[in-house]
Design a protein around this ligand. Structure first.
Ligand code: VGL
Ligand code: ZN
Length: 211
């Protein structure tokens, strides 16, 4: 049987793009690449960060604390963020240039106000699954490819979980952009992924493959 390849597009939402509440530098640049890459895969999943308006990762929910500060949430460290990707808000919609016709499945994460979920598979305490693993296994997926936002948070934790779950994992580096709260965070994230067994690839390597 041929290898079944899934592409996971991580959080290509307005709030992570220019003008959004948690804009990732160059976030928009990933969208046209995502559109061109999608036809090279058997299955395309798009994730959405999908928070209730009182999500406890929002600095606005903690009197006297600012975004960028560190707290504990659900017994795990939590960086406080500006309000972003609130369920049904414009900021939570996919970037308007993202071609929806390529997407077979949408996975929502971060829906529980009491715990964040950087990974597309599990919340940050690894207590609850999003359904992505079951979906990929039901579909008979052999390999997982990732792109999107942000390199140093949701892409990284999704890639690390996918490795833990036993998939061969490939991250398409030029189709990711990071927050870089601290200088070097993006590079560190790529290093961590590689050390965990993730294969870092570029989009040109995908485009060279036949379709
Ligand atoms: C993300 C911070 C907060 C991400 C989501 O998509 O990487 N980062 N929520
Ligand atoms: Zn979030």
């Amino acid at each position: 049987m041929p290898v079944k390849k899934a592409l996971i597009m991580v959080d290509l939402q307005n709030d992570f793009c220019a003008g959004g509440q948690l804009a990732v530098p160059g976030g928009d640049e990933v969208v046209p690449l995502a559109n061109r890459l999608a036809p090279y895969f058997d299955l395309v999943v798009a994730t959405k960060d999908w928070h209730p308006s009182n999500h406890q990762s929002f600095a606005s929910q903690h009197a006297g604390q600012k975004s960028g500060e560190l707290i504990s949430l659900g017994d795990v460290p939590q960086i406080l963020w500006p309000d972003h990707c609130v369920q049904n808000s414009k900021g939570a919609r996919f970037h308007p240039a993202l071609l929806k016709k390529h997407i077979h499945k949408i996975i929502h994460k971060g829906t529980d106000k009491a715990i964040d979920s950087y990974s597309a598979f599990y919340d940050n305490a690894h207590l609850r699954a999003t359904g992505l693993y079951d979906y990929l296994t039901d579909q008979g997926v052999d390999e997982v490819y990732l792109l999107g936002l942000a390199t140093d948070y949701c892409v990284k934790y999704s890639a690390l979980d996918a490795i833990q779950l036993g998939f061969p994992v490939f991250v398409i580096t030029d189709a990711c952009r990071g927050v870089e709260l601290q200088v070097g965070d993006i590079q560190k994230a790529f290093d961590e992924m590689r050390e965990a067994g993730v294969t870092l690839v570029t989009s040109s390597e995908i485009f060279k493959a036949r379709r």
